[in-house]
Write a protein that binds this ligand. Structure first.
Ligand SMILES: Cc1cc2nc3c(=O)[nH]c(=O)nc-3n(C[C@H](O)[C@H](O)[C@H](O)COP(=O)(O)O)c2cc1C
Length: 210
């Protein structure tokens, strides 16, 4: 796959088929991921595909998702009917929260630092490699925000070894189609030479299209 196609179309896919992802595919995803920038910081990648473990994580994910919404003062009933982008994200997020136990594979990244700057490039590489394999994924953070302790217990992660959980990434073959992620255009979020400096170009439409 062309790298630009992967970059433009690796977007949150939360509606996933329960079909298992073969181990050779998982191996290619992880082996690509660990080529990401790294300065020798500790990292560890945990794959979860045991239905019994997923059944323990699922209620925590659902509670965490609901807690996130209430933290932002968002009513589930209202946001699920919202026709804006936020409504679409919320509906997709709610679907994942309702079906978390059926996700065929989770990739969870652990790092030796709280901010996790050393592991996010690898997690994003894993998502890109998954895209190249036709596998959808989504970066999620609610489990680590609200239930890190409980997840450590479920997964047997040592609590006294300085590990921090970063990024829980559901993966699976998507039920929907790949599309280009909607973002504010480049000229609205970038500048040149100074904070308000003229960038010198505008990009009204995504520069990659199938
Ligand atoms: C650090 C981080 C944490 C996130 N946590 C969650 C999450 O817990 N649950 C969720 O549904 N989406 C989460 N998202 C949002 C999605 O991964 C995705 O970026 C967003 O919905 C935009 O989707 P798109 O790429 O399809 O446009 C998170 C994103 C980031 C960068």
């Amino acid at each position: 796959m062309d790298i630009y196609e992967a970059l433009y179309t690796t977007r949150a896919m939360r509606r996933l088929k329960p079909d298992p992802i073969p181990h050779d595919v998982q191996a290619r995803i992880l082996d690509a991921a660990i080529r990401a920038p790294n300065i020798g910081e500790q990292w560890r990648f945990l794959l979860v595909d045991d239905p019994q473990i997923m059944a323990q994580l699922a209620p925590l994910y659902r509670q965490a998702f609901e807690r996130l919404l209430s933290q932002y003062g968002v009513s589930l009933d209202v946001i699920l009917k919202d026709e804006t982008l936020m409504g679409r994200i919320a509906r997709s997020g709610y679907h994942l929260a309702q079906h978390f136990a059926e996700v065929p594979l989770l990739l969870i990244g652990f790092a030796g630092t709280r901010e996790g700057s050393g592991i996010y490039p690898a997690l994003w590489s894993a998502m890109l490699a998954a895209r190249a394999e036709g596998i959808g994924s989504a970066m999620t953070g609610v489990l680590q925000t609200f239930f890190a302790d409980e997840v450590f217990d479920i997964l047997g992660v040592p609590k006294d070894a300085g590990w921090y959980m970063h990024g829980v990434i559901p993966m699976g073959y998507p039920t929907g189609k790949w599309g280009v992620g909607a973002r504010k255009p480049v000229h609205e979020v970038a500048a040149r030479n100074s904070w308000q400096g003229e960038l010198g170009f505008t990009v009204p439409e995504p520069l990659w299209r199938k």
